[in-house]
Design a protein around this ligand. Structure first.
Ligand code: ADP
Ligand code: MG
Length: 233
């Protein structure tokens, strides 16, 4: 499905929250690297997709009623065999039915397990005065506890992207701290510019979160994505 179709479908269903799969599809179309992610509506299908993608895989709850998937026991990482996938499927369904008895469950998403990188985030929200504002920061607990993030008004110029990354206090971590490998900062700059272009070209998007992105010595990839659409009058 194309990006425009995805937005139209959500609108028809009176939803402003896109599913993780829909959000990743939109971003992929905009040239932003995301992990391969497919919907399975049964355990058998989850196993078949895992084989097709190749192990290890990740299973996540697919439900627009579950926003924080791991908090509710809805994420299982590093599954290496069909047996592990089957077990993870049952465990996810059990946890979610307990935590959200009324959630509408579409199934599970089956994803390639990305190799661990430095976790960073890119976000966008709309300010009443300035319009779309982009955010960059270190991911995981660092963003939650330290709020080590930087902001720039969209659209970004190439030098804004470079400055945003260098502005955060944790920047030395990206440069290779105490012998760890430096990550590909030029690639992160390009990713920020692509997100900025996507936001400019897609005014229906109200809010966006790529959290986390795994950044590597060579390249980077988003493993989770959330998109919220503007309400239509
Ligand atoms: P939540 O809805 O809780 O934010 P996420 O999709 O972000 O769920 O998954 C939780 C964590 O699991 C991520 O922060 C990341 O560390 C890890 N993770 C998620 N998807 C993948 C993946 N495809 N490959 C590797 N690690 C992943
Ligand atoms: Mg996440």
């Amino acid at each position: 499905m194309t990006g425009q179709k995805i937005i139209e479908k959500a609108r028809k269903e009176n939803r402003t929250l896109l599913s993780e799969i829909e959000a990743k599809q939109l971003l992929k179309e905009a040239g932003i690297k995301v992990v391969e992610t497919k919907l399975a509506t049964s355990k058998e299908e989850a196993i078949a997709i895992s084989k097709e993608l190749g192990f290890p895989v990740v299973l996540k709850i697919a439900s627009v009623d579950v926003v924080h998937k791991s908090d509710a026991g809805g994420v299982k990482l590093g599954l290496k065999t069909t047996a592990q996938v089957g077990k993870a499927y049952d465990e996810i369904m059990k946890s979610i039915k307990k935590a959200f008895p009324h959630a509408k469950i579409e199934g599970v998403s089956v994803q390639t397990m990305a190799k661990q990188g430095v976790e960073v985030i890119i976000g966008m929200s709309k300010d009443a005065q300035f319009g779309p504002v982009l955010m960059f920061g270190l991911g995981g607990v660092l963003v939650e506890i330290l709020k080590d993030v930087s902001f720039r008004i969209a659209p970004l110029q190439p030098r804004d992207a470079g400055e945003m990354i260098r502005d955060i206090k944790g920047f030395p971590l990206l440069q290779g701290y105490r012998g760890s490998d430096p990550i590909d900062i030029a690639n992160l700059e390009k990713m920020l510019l692509k997100v900025s272009a996507f936001v400019e070209n897609t005014p229906a998007v109200k809010e966006l979160d790529l959290n986390p992105i795994f950044a590597y010595q060579d390249g980077a990839i988003a493993v989770d994505a959330r998109v919220i659409l503007e309400k239509v009058a």
